[in-house]
Design a protein around this ligand. Structure first.
Ligand SMILES: [Zn+2]
Length: 160
């Protein structure tokens, strides 16, 4: 099984059992729905796809802007085209009121000069690590269920 650390659109698609492609393609192309702008409400709908990481012309705030390379360094990081701010996907996914940083789950972060310092601090937080474990397990469980389901279908086909 592939590493759970970096879930990209590509390996979600290849790991998806046949018959699910139309749904995944639909989700993949529907950037408006994946955008983190609405906060924690929508993250659970995109468990398999993970963070929304558009490569766009990032808008400038106080002479600085979001950098595309940050996605590689922080695989939980996402950028909302809707509100022009960054969020944390795993914290949005596991969100419980009062237990997660509002900045990375609801309000969004755009203090770009402080980005690396804040991202490192966020990544080291216990709440973030708890959220990351939850997400990794959710993806693992989904894939196990899909695999078992496919085995079951195969067995049923053989009996027919
Ligand atoms: Zn987080």
């Amino acid at each position: 099984m592939k590493s759970m650390k970096k879930i990209t659109d590509e390996n979600v698609i290849t790991a998806t059992p046949s018959g699910c492609e139309p749904l995944n393609n639909y989700l993949k192309n529907d950037s408006l729905k994946r955008d983190s702008g609405p906060g924690p409400a929508t993250a659970k709908d995109f468990v398999l796809l993970g963070p929304y990481q558009p490569n766009i012309n990032f808008p400038t705030t106080n002479h600085r802007h979001f950098c595309y390379t940050w996605y590689q360094r922080y695989n939980w990081l996402e950028f909302s085209e809707m509100i022009k701010k960054a969020h944390c996907f795993v914290c949005r996914f596991a969100y419980v009121e009062g237990r997660f940083e509002k900045e990375f789950t609801i309000d969004g972060f755009n203090n770009w000069p402080m980005a690396i310092v804040k991202f490192n601090k966020h990544q080291a937080a216990a709440s973030h690590n708890y959220a990351n474990d939850l997400w990794v397990n959710a993806v693992k469980n989904y894939k196990t269920i899909m695999m078992l389901q496919n085995k079951l279908i195969d067995n049923m086909k053989k009996k027919l």
